[in-house]
Design a protein around this ligand. Structure first.
Ligand SMILES: [Zn+2]
Length: 291
């Protein structure tokens, strides 16, 4: 009877730890053939709230930090190394953010959308428990995504390159493009897409690296959309596209989930609080994020 909680003052200030079990849409592949998908998270605390106010954290790093605190176990891994969290697919990271929000603040979130037909602001309370989640099947892994471009790109020797092989983005890819995010969001988005390209026609890797983002800028708009849509359609994870009905004019319109007040309580004004409640990695190419 020597180890009751009362005799351990280091524990006396902590709320009881309740863990929530979730199943990752893709899972962490350690390279050795083991895929870990069952994860346990705990509610956000003041430490994590402080992270939301830290302007030095780029969105991707912020997500990694939040999850480093709150992802308490990933199957047999506990604690979970931040490098593992950065190596997770964006789909899993976005899914974990949604689950973290639900565990901490509940399922309901205030959101507003502008009706494209009559410009009225439509305010709704989103129920995060109803967002559809697309998960890989048991033993299924995200394979390479092959896209046939309509126009393609012409290389230095005049060859046309039109078959592109893509892979889904991970946290470390978002982290890599983070420095461009504020100054040039389109460049950041292109750089992220570029990091997902495993093969572009028969372009040698060195030539692909040398072209960099310029290669994507040379593509026609249609081809650029084809690449983004291919990632969107292949991406597992939380479906963030929403159909909103305007109560004024009755028009239906498509939107991405409004995450302005993602880590807010849905009551206070998010703007001006200093809190970066739009914590969502806004350029993530998780499901629905590239359109
Ligand atoms: Zn309307």
């Amino acid at each position: 009877m020597e180890t009751t909680a009362a005799l351990r003052p280091e524990n006396s200030l902590r709320p009881p730890q309740r863990e929530f079990e979730v199943l990752l849409p893709v899972g962490y592949d350690d390279g050795g053939g083991t895929v870990r998908r069952r994860a346990w998270i705990r509610k956000m605390r003041g430490h994590e709230e402080a992270l939301l106010y830290d302007p030095s954290l780029a969105p991707a790093r912020l997500v990694t930090e939040l999850l480093s605190g709150c992802l308490v176990r990933l199957e047999d891994l506990s604690p979970v190394d931040p490098r593992v969290i950065a190596g997770l697919y964006s789909a899993d990271r976005n899914y974990l953010l949604v689950e973290l929000r639900r565990a901490t603040l509940g399922d309901h979130m205030a959101a507003s959308y502008r009706c494209p037909a009559c410009a009225v602001t439509v305010r709704v309370v989103e129920d995060l428990s109803t967002l559809p989640v697309r998960r890989m099947g048991e033993g299924e892994r995200p394979g390479p995504i092959t896209v046939e471009l309509e126009d393609g790109a012409v290389g230095r020797n005049g060859d046309l390159h039109a078959t592109v092989v893509l892979e889904l983005p991970r946290g470390e890819d978002e982290d890599f493009v983070a420095p461009m995010l504020e100054r040039d969001p389109l460049k950041a988005r292109d750089a992220l897409l570029l990091r997902c390209i495993r093969r572009f026609g028969s372009l040698p890797g060195a030539e692909l690296d040398a072209y960099g983002v310029k290669l994507l800028r040379e593509l026609t708009l249609g081809d650029r959309l084809r690449l983004r849509a291919a990632i969107d359609h292949a991406a597992p994870g939380v479906e963030l596209r929403r159909t909103v009905t305007c109560e004024e004019c009755g028009a239906h319109s498509e939107h991405l989930l409004d995450v302005t007040d993602f880590f807010g309580e849905g009551q206070e004004e998010a703007t001006g609080s200093g809190r970066r409640s739009s914590t969502w990695p806004s350029i993530s190419t998780g499901r629905g994020m590239t359109s």
